[in-house]
Design a protein around this ligand. Structure first.
Ligand code: ADP
Length: 191
């Protein structure tokens, strides 16, 4: 099964993505993690994206597509993927769809993790104390939330129109969110 996990920063994409991929036996592909690994290695891609990421802005579409699509297509051919953090705009979705269809890797379901803004900010600032991610500070969080509203939120209607969207209340505790997603996916599998 091929699944997209979308949602604002702080909604729990990373936590849920890891758990779901393990439970479902599919590959967990997280674009933020892949980009951070490039930055840590000091690769050419890492050097190109470090500044954008630390400001909370999106990296260029061609960079993210070049990084993620070969992995998406390979995972789809090998049991499926749980994709966390991509696409993040309708343009990215459109481009990915073109590449995925030729590789048989289109998504079967899109899970949207929805939570109120004050809860998102609270979680990110709590995570900042534990993980020390460079982009988990109040200024950058504001930018990331605005980028979500401007660029990513339109994907909700995009996928709803295609009959792929499932909205999950991500303000619940972690286990309840995982259970809710698994229930939705089991339902899809039966139909
Ligand atoms: P979050 O969803 O909490 O903001 P991520 O780890 O998913 O965190 O992403 C961190 C950063 O990586 C983003 O702010 C952005 O700079 C970059 N990024 C991740 N995925 C994409 C994408 N699909 N397109 C462009 N930039 C991306």
């Amino acid at each position: 099964m091929n699944i997209l996990l979308i949602g604002p920063p702080g909604a729990g994409k990373g936590t849920q993505g890891e758990r779901l991929a393990e439970r479902l036996g599919i590959a967990h592909l997280a674009t933020g993690d892949l980009l951070r690994a490039e930055v840590d290695q000091g690769s050419p891609i890492g050097e190109e994206v470090a500044g954008l990421m630390s400001r909370g802005e999106l990296v260029p579409d061609e960079v993210i597509i070049r990084l993620i699509m070969p992995r998406v297509i390979a995972a789809a051919a090998d049991g499926g993927y749980l994709l966390d953090g991509f696409p993040r705009s309708v343009d990215q979705a459109t481009e990915a769809r073109k590449l995925a269809e030729s590789g048989g890797a289109a998504p079967d379901a899109v899970i949207y993790l929805d939570a109120p803004r004050d809860e998102l900010v609270r979680r990110i600032l709590a995570r900042a104390e534990i993980e020390g991610r460079a982009d988990d500070n109040p200024d950058t969080v504001r930018t990331r939330l605005k980028v979500f509203d401007d660029a990513t939120r339109p994907l909700i209607d995009h996928y709803r129109e295609r009959g792929l969207l499932h909205v999950i209340d991500a303000a619940q505790d972690e286990d309840a969110v995982t259970d809710a997603i698994l229930a939705v996916l089991a339902d899809i599998d039966r139909n």
